[in-house]
Design a binder for this molecule. Structure first.
Ligand code: ZN
Ligand code: ZN
Length: 358
């Protein structure tokens, strides 16, 4: 796998002193809430249900074994989502003082555009996403060119590689570096809730039949309700992100399709980064099947460049569509993308070219 992007941008903030500390502390409250619910659910499920209520030793062992495996995977993925450093933009994308002066002193839009175009060409930056007006994407706050799929997070105060969204429940951006962890976190949280709900169901029924005569029966009742409640909200979120992975879109891109510069044409294409369902999955989860469902870093790419579907205005297929998969002879721009990626991703893209000609 290629190296992660280097750190460059300072964090900007309008606040200082105690105010800043209070704001930072407040941002951890949703995480604290989740941890509190998990600790309580542990008490309710392990102590009240399994130690004090379940009579069968076999049943007890099975419940505790599966529960602890799911809990471990869930907390591991949660930890990785929270504490993985978000991908920041390499320093090559930052405007040097001389170009920044020229950019800020330019009196017209064309003048500023020329500065950005000139800098991008001079640095040979691999940027193909454009603004709605067809300009190079530039962050005024971080004074840098935005790499493809990069967006500025107003909560973190900096540009983040392949930003999906800022998630208060993990107090972190969900972005290139931790997207796989976030999906696993949702998936294991859902399994954790479903397992608790399924195994407490019979005791929940016993409660309503007045057959449950233990002191902690209300914990068992509530852990069933809470697990069902969380499972309902998680299933839609998890399903939505699986859909996004299969489509190779971020949440931001699903709301506003990215705009691509291909030769002299600027086109909006919501599937511009899609390489086919399996290859899209591999791009996020990696090419080692044994590590797909473990929260370890296996995503392909460097977070700055992405293989993309080529949009060629000269192509006209049977369906009248003008989009086709990248091809060595047909799309020079995509070559640069693919060559910058790991060998594994290169292979899946080549496979994709052979299997998906349109
Ligand atoms: Zn920024
Ligand atoms: Zn953020």
């Amino acid at each position: 796998m290629s190296t992660k992007a280097t750190v460059m941008a300072p964090r900007f903030s309008m606040m200082s002193g105690p105010c800043k500390i209070c704001f930072k502390a407040a941002k951890w409250l949703p995480v604290l809430f989740i941890v509190t619910v998990v600790v309580w659910s542990y008490y309710a499920y392990v102590i009240q249900l399994n130690l004090f209520t379940v009579n069968s030793i076999m049943e007890k062992c099975f419940y505790l074994l599966v529960y602890h495996i799911l809990l471990l995977l869930f907390l591991w993925a949660y930890w990785q989502t929270i504490f993985t450093d978000i991908g920041r933009v390499p320093k090559q994308f930052r405007l040097p003082p001389s170009d920044l002066d020229r950019y800020e002193s330019a009196e017209t839009e064309e003048g500023r555009r020329a500065v950005l175009e000139g800098f991008t060409q001079k640095q040979n930056l691999p940027v193909y996403n454009r603004t709605m007006t067809g300009d190079i994407r530039y962050c005024e706050k971080c004074v840098q060119i935005k790499p493809d799929r990069c967006h500025h997070c107003s909560v973190c105060g900096e540009c983040v590689l392949k930003l999906d969204h800022h998630c208060p429940w993990v107090n972190n951006c969900v972005a290139f570096n931790n997207y796989k962890f976030f999906i696993l976190f949702l998936g294991y949280a859902l399994l954790y809730c479903l397992f608790i709900a399924a195994t407490t169901l019979q005791y929940f029924i016993m409660f309503w039949k007045n057959q449950l005569e233990v002191s902690g029966k209300f914990h068992i009742l509530f852990v069933f309700f809470v697990s069902i409640m969380f499972a309902i909200s998680l299933v839609s979120l998890f399903g939505y992100h699986i859909f996004l992975v299969i489509k190779n879109r971020s949440t931001l891109e699903s709301f506003r399709a990215p705009i691509f510069q291909v030769r002299s044409t600027v086109m909006q294409d919501k599937d511009g980064f899609s390489l086919g369902a399996f290859n899209n999955f591999v791009e996020v989860f990696g090419d080692n099947r044994r590590l797909w469902f473990l929260p370890v870093a296996t995503s392909l790419g460097d977070g700055v460049t992405y293989p993309q579907r080529c949009v060629d205005e000269d192509t006209d297929d049977l369906l009248g569509a003008r989009q086709r998969w990248a091809d060595d002879e047909e799309c020079e721009l995509t070559d640069g993308y693919i060559n910058n990626h790991s060998h594994a991703l290169e292979e899946v893209v080549v496979q994709s070219n052979h299997t998906n000609p349109v």
